[in-house]
Design a protein around this ligand. Structure first.
Ligand SMILES: *Cc1c(COP(=O)(O)O)cnc(C)c1O
Length: 406
């Protein structure tokens, strides 16, 4: 079939184009709830909507506690601080992730150590984690990248053997369940982002979840300028631990109202994305040059931030490189892009060499995925109907056959 970029018919017809879902969703009832809250003049400081969301999100994940914050970067920073990580410590993070995972450690004066990901799940490789541990290692942050899941069984085994705590970066994995447990509740602390692009979204926002009441209290103090749980403005029940530097990272009632309503939709959205991803994967079986990122090995439910395709692009080949694949699929009307590149090569990552460290062997898998093979399909597409999935599959097929033809 002739590619759209060569004058062929687009896989996404004009009729189907109208069915591409929008993100984030706009809920008319939420507009009313926002207006009602606005009139109360109670806009922040652990207000009723924040409390209600905190309880609802804890219930949703099965965590004992949830501490909402301003975004999913400071949640990681507070998680590290709550576990006592600071200057001179090392924090193991994957080479392939968003900047925030590493920057949270840097902000505390700790050293991020970049460890490679597995070639199938694209999540932190436990074997390489073991090799990267030193006496300075004070935390491990696996990222459930694009919704797949890091091998939590192996990582928790390492954690038990070494005493090094695990923080799960769940910014891509809302709704995911690993062997009966929700993501975020397996390690010591789970960190979520509710930034505009995420699958639960309030523009900006984030939350930590934990099973540990002491960590909950510390996380609350860290984001609430030192106030302990159930604060009354201007009155401290209890002083924070000596030396604990607390911040104001409070979420507002505006975000909490949006989150409370959006959370009600998350379960069905997760189901739909997962069903469509499975359908797409089946349709692409046997198509040359296209593999799909593996599910977490023990995933009961997988949240999808993106569906990730690993293609046989050829580095530096002017016709078959990754950019050419993406351009050809985009020309078919399907909006795909690259995965993250390795954090330490990102244009916004500009720390001196001594401020971070590479794990033994570096991160060749992260580099290959980011630069040569990885293509992402944003989660909103996975909320479409079967005809839209057929169009996406058709676009990949057309381009894959053209790119792999002799
Ligand atoms: C989005 C994201 C975060 C947090 O980002 P914020 O924009 O600060 O909420 C953290 N880790 C990963 C992997 C992310 O994608």
């Amino acid at each position: 079939m002739k590619l759209a970029q060569d004058g062929g018919t687009k896989a996404l017809t004009p009729r189907l184009e109208k069915t591409v879902p929008m993100w984030p969703p706009v809920i008319p009832a939420t507009a009313r709830h926002l207006a009602d809250m606005y009139k109360t003049r109670e806009w922040s400081f652990n207000g009723p909507n924040e409390k209600a969301f905190s309880k609802a999100f804890a219930d949703y994940t099965g965590a004992s506690h949830c501490v909402p914050m301003v975004n999913g970067t400071v949640t990681l920073e507070c998680a590290l601080a709550a576990l006592g990580v600071g200057r001179g410590d090392e924090v193991i993070v994957p080479g392939l992730t968003w900047l925030a995972t590493a920057m949270a450690a840097s902000y505390l004066g700790a050293t991020p150590v970049f460890v490679d990901v597995e070639a199938d799940t694209l999540c932190l490789d436990p074997i390489k984690v073991r090799e990267a541990i030193t006496p300075k290692t004070k935390a491990i942050i696996p990222v459930h990248l694009y919704g797949s899941m890091a091998d939590m069984d192996e990582l928790m085994k390492i954690s038990k053997q070494t005493g090094i705590p695990v923080i799960e970066d769940c910014a891509h994995a809302h709704g995911g369940v690993w062997n009966g447990k929700a993501v975020g509740t397996i390690g010591s602390i789970g960190s979520f982002s509710f930034q505009q692009s995420k699958t639960l979204s309030s523009g900006e926002g984030g939350a930590c979840v934990t099973m540990d009441p002491e960590l909950n209290s510390k996380l609350f103090q860290l984001k609430h300028i030192g106030y302990d749980l159930n604060p009354i403005q201007g009155r401290a029940w209890q002083q924070p631990q000596a030396g604990l530097i607390c911040h104001n990272y409070r979420i507002t009632e505006f975000e909490s109202v949006v989150l409370l309503d959006s959370l009600r939709l998350l379960k069905n959205q997760t189901k739909r994305r997962e069903k469509n991803a499975k359908y797409l994967a089946n349709k692409l079986k046997g198509v040359p040059g296209v593999r799909i990122q593996s599910r977490g090995r023990r995933a009961d439910v997988q949240g999808f931030y993106c569906m990730v395709f690993l293609v046989d692009a050829v580095e530096k080949d002017p016709v078959r490189n990754l950019d050419a694949w993406i351009k050809a699929i985009n020309a078919e009307g399907i909006g795909v892009g690259k995965t993250y590149g390795p954090v330490y090569t990102h244009s916004l990552f500009n720390l001196p060499k001594k401020a971070y460290r590479m794990g033994p062997g570096g991160c060749p898998v992260s580099e290959k995925v980011g630069n040569v093979t990885g293509i992402t399909l944003y989660h909103k597409w996975l909320l479409g109907d079967t005809k839209l999935m057929d169009a996406i599959a058709l676009a990949f097929k057309k381009v894959a056959y053209a790119m792999t033809a002799q």
